[in-house]
Ligand binder design. Structure first.
Ligand code: PLP
Length: 500
């Protein structure tokens, strides 16, 4: 066999400590079944502190709004609700997420309502005094109508903008301007109707600022959008409106793979495999978006950049420090000079290192006797652990059932298959290298799944169980755990608080 092409995960404390406790993780799955999601609320506190550190460094005010859609957990939301109300809020994208946030302890003034909204969502948001991140002028009219009809208080609104211009990365600076199309928000060139609607409805809605969320990793493109929003807010002030905040959305990213070298080796090998220069790395030669056209690689790999030199709080810091392309000053300076609050809506990056998903190995069989590859069936399906669906490629960690199961300890290439009777139910379509062959009863731990991968796509197909979710916390030499819905951020897990 060729040298194993590992994509080993980046694992930091306290997740690293949890992962080292094989016996505890096995006992959880024995009790609660496979698949199982395990969350670390304390890791969320660490991430909040890191993001707030960036705010302090740049002397900026404003809130970190967690993008709730990332994870359905109550434990995570309750842990966030316990943070400083002036520093941490939550971004909800449905009436059910809004109800959940209220039930987890967020007051309305810490809640941002985003995405397209129906009447119930708008009414409840206005009723509890949330901030509404308006998707369109039509939504503004509907919200204003509801406030008027139901005698509600004036409601704070941000306007979401889109269609910003940015330079094409490949060409010389300034040669070509592109604009990214989005399903959401009002195009920045098209704001006249929006502004007059804000003026017309000033009695019912209080215009507090602008917002955007760009689905890109490009820091330059985000800086350009930020500048265009600052210019838009200047224009609003010139018309007599009084905006004071800018919400730059999420997308700060997560580094999943620990080593740059492993990521580079794997992606080069994929290209070689697509060209037929080496044996396939994937099930049935799947190319992750790449294809061979007469000896040339075409297409773009639909992969998340799984190794990131900077991500999360570091990425925010980089964005704020970037010399601004048009206005000549770094974004942080621009915001300070204009006295704008900076709001962010991190999802994936705020739950970095906050959880893992466990699956029991059901069966191991030879996939191809010639190549020494194996097929490993898991008590989990592709909906339960959807890193693959999001284009994130990273290896699971093998947790053998018994210490003596080490076998001959030789690295092996395996395909990971799910528990549905579907050819397509693969946990990942690439050949995954493990340090040794797993056995039935072992566990695979997929780390860093709290962002989108553990419950976003979970379903009940074939009446297979959906994963239970537990919250765990280190107490002295052991772990305490509780079901996600029973976690409250008040007493150590597993202890009764009401005994006097
Ligand atoms: C999904 C989403 C986010 C979070 O994005 P991440 O990439 O997970 O940080 C933030 N804001 C809005 C409006 C979103 O739709």
């Amino acid at each position: 066999m060729d040298a194993p092409l590992y994509l080993r995960p980046r694992v930091e404390a306290p997740l690293a400590l949890l992962l080292s406790d094989r016996v505890f993780l096995h006992s959880l799955v024995d009790a609660l079944g496979s698949p199982l999601n395990v969350l670390l609320p304390e890791a969320l506190g660490i991430n909040v502190a890191r993001f707030r550190g960036v705010y302090s460094r740049h002397h900026l005010a404003g809130r970190v709004y967690f993008a709730h859609k990332t994870n359905r957990s109550s434990a995570l939301l309750r842990r966030l609700a316990a943070e400083d109300p002036a520093a941490v809020g939550v971004d909800v994208a449905s009436v059910e997420e809004l109800r959940h946030a209220l039930g987890c302890g967020f007051t309305g003034d810490r809640i941002m309502a985003t995405g397209p909204k129906d009447a119930a969502f708008l009414w409840l948001a206005a009723r509890v005094g949330a901030t509404v991140n308006l998707d369109s002028p039509g939504e503004l009219e509907r919200l204003s109508g509801l406030v008027r009809t139901h005698g509600l208080s004036r409601i704070a609104v941000l306007v979401r903008l889109s269609g910003f211009e940015h330079r094409s990365g490949r060409e010389a600076a300034g040669t070509r301007l592109l604009s990214r199309r989005s399903r959401f928000g009002t195009p920045v060139r098209d704001t006249e109707a929006l502004l007059s609607a804000l003026e017309r409805n000033a009695e019912t809605v209080e215009f507090v600022g602008a917002a955007y969320h760009l689905d890109t990793t490009g820091v330059e493109e985000k800086a350009r959008a930020l500048e265009q929003c600052v210019l838009f807010l200047d224009e609003c002030r010139a018309r007599g409106l009084a905006p004071r905040s800018l919400d730059i959305g999420g997308g700060f990213g997560v580094g999943y793979v620990a080593e740059a070298g492993e990521w580079e080796r794997w992606t080069s090998a994929l290209t070689e495999a697509v060209l037929g220069l080496r044996p396939p790395l994937t099930w049935r030669g799947h190319g992750y978006g790449l294809r061979n056209e007469g000896g040339t690689v075409r297409g773009a790999a639909a992969l998340y950049p799984a190794h990131r030199p900077t991500a999360g709080p570091g990425y925010l810091d980089e964005l704020l420090s970037l010399p601004a392309p048009a206005l000549g000053r770094p974004p942080a300076t621009l915001l300070l000079e204009h006295l704008h609050d900076l709001h962010i809506e991190p999802g994936r990056s705020l739950v970095d290192q906050c959880g893992l998903s466990l699956a029991r190995v059901l069966d191991v069989r030879s996939a191809d006797a010639d190549s020494g590859q194996y097929l490993v069936h898991l008590a989990m399906n592709a909906g339960d652990m959807s890193l693959e669906e999001h284009g994130v490629l990273v290896d699971p960690v093998l947790l053998p059932r018994t210490e003596t199961a080490a076998g001959d300890g030789k690295p092996v290439g395996v395909y990971l298959a799910g528990n549905l009777c579907l050819e397509a139910d693969l946990i990942t379509r690439r050949l995954v290298f493990l340090p040794q062959l797993p056995r039935a009863g072992d566990l695979l731990a997929f780390v860093n799944t709290a962002g989108y991968a553990m419950d976003f796509h979970a379903h009940h197909a074939q009446r297979q169980p959906v994963a239970r979710t537990v919250a765990v916390e280190r107490r002295g030499e052991t772990w305490n755990w509780s079901l996600d819905e029973d976690y409250w951020p008040i007493t150590p897990l597993g202890e009764q608080s009401d005994e006097v």
